[in-house]
Design a protein around this ligand. Structure first.
Ligand code: GLN
Length: 289
């Protein structure tokens, strides 16, 4: 059997199993099993597969066929052009979360003096993708990344090392509501991708079966932690004359959050940013001097 035969067979198998991107996934997994870039696979189509190669490939293909996400099998995922280690203890970074990085960078550009020290807090950091991308992109910034999961923080710290921002990011294990007020002192930016899936919301079977529920689900139709954490952040920022907060949200949360913002911080007002599918995805509250 050649490499091409295995690739075709795996693709066919994934199709049968209703995997969404069968060819791409087969290429990524075979590339990983054989330590080859995707491009190299094409240049080696005729390579005969040894029994060792075959068993490596078989194992990864089997895992994917049961719905395990490719990122967990590969152990990494790209986010904002950077590479992040992932495992079952952290949510896999998703492209829609990149909007938070974009919006934050834009706000910094328009509201901070170039080179000024900027302090950022990331609530529920998970893999650290938000904290680390911002630390990488903003000159002279200090990030505090908070998570309640010790296991997630192990992954996030590793990612800070890999992306060479360990000296800019401090990791804290805490419940957001129990965070020492000192942590918020001097912070002009709070970002978060909190758990926001409601108990009765639709969620892909592969996500539900493999990604950490602590990072996905929240009470009150997914809104509980968005309410509590955003309110804490806004309270702590009282008295600041410039402040920016961006939370990722579920696409059905806009109406309730508009009402919430009107009741709780009407002087600031809220705005929403859509993701690439046109769904409301980011809840932003800011104050500009
Ligand atoms: N967007 C994710 C999903 O629907 C949920 C992410 C989250 O809860 N923070 O799979």
């Amino acid at each position: 059997m050649t490499l091409k035969d295995v690739l075709d067979k795996s693709t066919q198998f994934f199709k049968q199993k209703k995997i969404e991107s069968p060819r791409l996934d087969a290429e990524l997994l075979l590339g990983h099993a054989l330590s080859m870039e995707r491009m190299q696979l094409y240049l080696n189509f005729d390579r005969p597969m040894s029994e060792g190669d075959l068993s490596q490939c078989r194992e990864l293909v089997k895992r994917r066929s049961t719905g395990e996400p490719v990122a967990y099998i590969l152990g990494e995922k790209e986010f904002y052009g950077l590479s992040f280690k992932v495992n079952k203890d952290v949510l896999i970074p998703r492209p829609e979360t990149e909007h938070i990085v974009d919006e934050t960078l834009l706000w910094v550009k328009n509201n901070c003096i170039e080179g000024e020290k900027v302090k950022i807090i990331d609530l529920g950091t998970g893999s650290g993708c938000l904290a680390i991308s911002l630390a990488k992109k903003i000159k002279n910034c200090e990030v505090v990344a908070v998570d309640i999961s010790e296991e997630a923080l192990v992954v996030a710290k590793k990612n800070a090392e890999i992306n060479q921002v360990s000296s800019q990011v401090t990791f804290l294990r805490s419940d957001v509501l129990k965070l020492d007020p000192e942590v918020f002192k001097g912070a002009c930016i709070v970002v978060s991708n909190p758990p926001y899936v409601g108990a009765s919301d639709y969620i892909e079977a592969g996500v539900k079966a493999h990604e950490p529920h602590i990072a996905l689900f929240a009470e009150d139709e997914g809104l509980r932690l968005i309410y509590d954490w955003s309110q804490r952040a806004i309270n702590e920022a009282k008295g600041r004359n410039n402040f920016f907060m961006a939370f990722e949200i579920g696409d059905e949360h806009r109406e309730k959050l508009t009402e919430f913002a009107k009741n709780k911080f009407s002087n600031l007002g809220a705005r929403f940013v859509k993701d690439y599918s046109g769904l409301d995805r980011v809840f932003i509250v800011s104050k500009n001097s």
